[in-house]
Ligand binder design. Structure first.
Ligand code: ADP
Ligand code: MG
Length: 276
């Protein structure tokens, strides 16, 4: 979900500061590093994301950025150390250890978020993406290989919580596995054959400790999650978001639609193996 956030022409706060390093892998010209901090644009939901990050910190979770403050229209977060990657997945990010450690970290975040929701986050709280019932955990919302940091072949950090929202565990698990298997039809983004993808999905489920019911629901959840993503892109474009209008014009949604067809066509085979 690379382009689901408001477009930033040039981040004004950072425009003249010579000590800044532009970070790649997200929105261009929007995210900067300064010493050990990251400077990112604030959004309407950032206050809630900060509450979530404070909560993780209070729970002793060290893999997430810490909120250091707000300056102008930007948030200042701690820099999460580690190597970052993007598609196509090659090298350490494509390893089984990266996959398994990513799944374990997702489980840890989900478990730690239960008390965040219990402490009174309700339907009215604003997030970028709509809350879904049952609100079991706080989903990261974009738990993909380009939003984690690695030390060697181990995932040791995660960032970019803009898409966080309350939803069932399987909702986040589904999108994460779609991204990590990855069940993508794009030749560059795909990694291995369908059998390889299914084995990776199974390893992710095992390392997360997915229940039988979650495994049964997984493919349907992946399809529903991608469908929601395309709907979100269309709604944003209809509401005047130029970035989304341009993305749709360029056909960015077509790969998601192709992946939905792929998942539906392979559903029985994927589900059977996940349930073994
Ligand atoms: N707190 C952080 N620690 C380390 N690296 C970060 C952090 N935040 C962002 N980055 C780096 O900057 C890139 C872009 O930031 P990200 O928050 O993912 O932007 P976007 O919201 O546009 O996707 C990331 O892919 C990552 O490499
Ligand atoms: Mg990102």
């Amino acid at each position: 979900m690379k382009s689901s956030k408001p477009r930033i022409e040039v981040n004004k706060y950072v425009k003249e500061d010579q000590n800044l390093e532009a970070l790649t892998g997200g929105r261009e010209g929007a995210i900067y590093k300064k010493e050990n901090t990251v400077i990112r644009p604030l959004n309407a939901w950032s206050g809630n994301v900060h509450r979530l990050l404070y909560h993780f910190q209070a729970q002793g979770i060290t893999e997430c950025p810490r909120v250091l403050g707000i300056e102008g229209q930007n948030e200042i977060l701690s820099f999460v150390d580690g190597q970052t990657y993007n598609y196509p997945l090659t090298g350490a990010i494509a390893s089984q250890s990266a996959l398994v450690s990513a799944a374990s970290l997702l489980r840890k975040l989900h478990d730690a978020s239960v008390s965040f929701l219990a402490a009174g986050c309700d339907q009215e709280t604003q997030w970028m993406l709509p809350a879904r019932s049952p609100q079991e955990v706080m989903c990261h919302g974009d738990y993909s290989p380009y939003n984690v940091a690695l030390s060697g072949e181990t995932v040791v950090g995660v960032f970019d919580f803009d898409t966080a929202h309350p939803a069932p565990r399987v909702w986040d698990l589904a999108y994460a596995i779609y991204c990590w298997a990855p069940f993508k039809t794009d030749k560059i983004d795909a990694l291995g054959s369908l059998s390889d993808q299914i084995e990776r999905a199974k390893h992710f489920c095992d390392a997360y400790g997915a229940s039988e019911q979650q495994r049964r629901e997984l493919v349907d959840a992946m399809v529903a999650r991608l469908d929601a993503l395309v709907t979100f892109m269309r709604d944003e474009a209809d509401n005047g978001n130029e970035q989304f209008a341009a993305n749709l014009e360029d056909g960015h949604h077509l790969s998601y639609l192709a992946d939905i067809d792929y998942l539906k066509a392979k559903q029985v085979r994927i589900s059977e193996r996940l349930m073994e």
